[in-house]
Design a protein around this ligand. Structure first.
Ligand code: SF4
Ligand code: SF4
Length: 406
C-alpha cells in the first residue's frame, strides 16, 4: 500500500495536469484511466477508512492492500450504490488536493462494466454513446412498424376512432403473434443480460466456489440487501445525498416504486398468461380481475417511481455521478414512463376506437424497453446484485489480511 505522502505527490502531479506518468503506470497494469482513478482513490480511502460504516464498499476495500486488479475495481464499483455519503463526509474531497470523489470515480467504471461485459459487445458501445436517442428512436420505429402493420390489415382504417372494440386486443394482433413477438424480444433480453452477468461474475469471482452453506446464506443476505436497497440508506438510515449535504430517503423510495411497479406489471402479464393457457379465460379481463388490478397498481408505481427518479436525476449534484451517463439514465427512465403512461391509457380507453393506436404505441414502447434493457441503466441492478452476492460470500470467508473489520 502506498503511503499518504506518496499519494499526495501523485495527486499533486495529476492536479498539475501531468497525467503522463500516472497513465503509463496504470496502462501497464491493463487498467483504463477510469479504473486507475478508482485505484488511486481507494488507496487513499484504505489509509483513511473514515467511511468504513457507510456501505459494503469500504469493508470490502479493507480486505485488499492493492487495487491494481481490474476484477477488484469492477467489483467494488458495482458494489457502490452511488448514495453520495462518502463524498459529503470526505475531508479529501475537491477542492482538496487529493481530489477524492468516490461516487464519481465508481460511476465511470460502472459504465465501462456495462459496455465491456455486454453481449453482443457492439450494441453495448452503441448504447453508451447514444442512449436517449437510440431508445426513443427504437420505440418510435417499433410503434411506426406496428401502426403500419395494423393499417396493412385494414383494422385501423376499418375501425374508426369512435368504434368501440370492447377491449379485444386480439382483434388487432392475434394472440399467437403477440406471444411470438414478445417471446423473441423477452428471450433476447434475458439471454443478453445472462451472458453479460455471467462474464462479470466469472471475472470478479475466480477460483474455488464457496461451500454450499455459505452460498445459501450469502444468497439470502444478498437478496434481502438488494430488495431493501439497504445501501441507499447512507449507512445511518437517513438516506442518500441528492442535490446537497441533506440526507433523504426519496431515491430509495422512488427506486422501490419503480422496481415493485415493474414487478407488478410483470406479474399481471404472467397471471394473464396462466389464465389464457390453463383456465381458458381469455382477455379482455374485467377491471376487478387479478391481471387488471395488478397491472393498474404496477402502472401507477411505474409512473410515480420513474417520474421521481427523473426529477432527482435533473437536480442531483453534478459531483455525484458521471455527466456522460445522463443520456443513458434518462433514456431508461423515459422508456419506463412511456411504458406506464401508454399502458394506463390503453386500459382507460380500451373500449374506444382509439384502442388500436394505443395498443400499437404501448407494444412498441414495451418492445423497445426490453430490447434496450441489457445495454442501459437496467443493467446496473443486475450487476449490483452480483456484486452484493460476491460481498455476502466474501465476508463469510476468512480475511487473510486480518486488517479490516467486516
Ligand atoms: S471517502 Fe474520504 S473520508 Fe471516506 S474513507 Fe475515503 S478518503 Fe476517507
Ligand atoms: S457513494 Fe455511497 S455507496 Fe458508494 S462508496 Fe460512497 S458511501 Fe458507499
Amino acid at each position: 500500500m502506498q503511503s499518504l505522502e506518496a499519494l499526495t505527490r501523485e495527486a499533486q502531479t495529476l492536479a498539475g495536469g501531468d497525467t503522463t506518468e500516472h497513465s503509463i503506470t496504470w496502462h501497464k497494469k491493463g487498467l483504463s484511466a477510469n479504473e486507475a482513478e478508482v485505484a488511486r482513490v481507494l488507496q487513499i480511502c484504505n489509509a483513511c477508512r473514515y467511511c468504513e460504516g457507510f456501505c459494503a464498499v469500504f469493508p470490502a476495500m479493507a480486505r485488499r492492500l492493492e487495487f491494481d486488479h481490474k476484477a477488484d475495481l469492477n467489483y467494488l464499483a458495482n458494489l457502490c450504490h452511488n448514495c453520495g455519503a462518502c463524498l459529503h463526509a470526505c475531508q479529501y474531497a475537491p477542492p482538496h488536493e487529493f481530489g477524492v470523489n468516490v461516487p464519481q470515480a465508481m460511476a465511470k467504471v460502472r459504465l465501462e462494466t456495462y459496455t465491456d461485459f455486454a453481449w453482443p459487445a457492439s450494441l453495448g458501445q452503441l448504447y453508451k454513446n447514444n442512449g436517449l436517442t437510440l431508445s426513443l428512436a427504437t420505440a418510435f420505429g417499433l410503434v411506426l412498424f406496428l401502426i403500419l402493420t395494423i393499417l396493412s390489415t385494414g383494422e385501423l382504417l376499418n375501425q374508426p376512432m369512435t368504434t368501440p372494440l370492447s377491449g379485444n386486443f386480439y382483434a388487432i394482433f392475434p394472440h399467437n403473434t403477440l406471444v411470438l413477438m414478445f417471446g423473441l424480444v423477452f428471450g433476447f433480453a434475458v439471454l443478453a443480460l445472462a451472458i453479460g452477468v455471467r462474464r462479470f461474475w466469472k471475472e470478479i469471482s475466480p477460483g474455488q466456489p464457496a461451500e454450499a452453506a455459505t452460498r445459501k446464506a450469502a444468497l439470502g443476505e444478498a437478496a434481502r440487501d438488494a430488495l431493501r436497497l439497504k445501501y441507499l440508506d447512507g449507512g445511518h438510515g437517513e438516506g442518500c445525498n441528492d442535490e446537497n449535504d441533506r440526507f433523504t430517503l426519496r431515491r430509495r423510495r422512488f427506486h422501490h416504486l419503480t422496481f415493485y411497479g415493474f414487478m407488478l406489471c410483470f406479474a399481471a402479464t404472467s397471471v394473464a398468461t396462466l389464465y389464457h393457457y390453463f383456465l381458458d379465460l381469455h382477455a379482455p379481463y374485467a377491471p376487478t380481475s387479478l391481471p387488471v388490478i395488478l397491472g393498474t397498481l404496477g402502472g401507477l408505481g411505474l409512473l410515480a417511481g420513474p417520474a421521481g427518479l427523473l426529477w432527482l436525476n435533473m437536480n442531483r449534484s453534478p459531483l455525484h455521478g458521471d455527466a456522460a451517463q445522463k443520456p443513458m439514465d434518462r433514456a431508461f427512465i423515459a422508456l419506463l414512463l412511456l411504458t406506464s403512461a401508454s399502458g394506463l391509457a390503453l386500459l382507460f380507453w380500451r373500449n374506444t376506437g382509439a384502442m388500436p393506436l394505443l395498443l400499437a404505441i404501448h407494444l412498441g414502447v414495451v418492445m423497445a424497453l426490453f430490447l434496450t434493457l441489457p445495454y442501459g441503466k437496467f443493467a446496473h441492478g443486475i450487476y449490483r446484485c452480483a456484486a452484493l452476492l460476491k460481498w455476502s460470500t466474501e465476508k463469510r470467508q476468512p480475511n487473510n489480511l486480518g486488517l479490516g473489520g467486516d
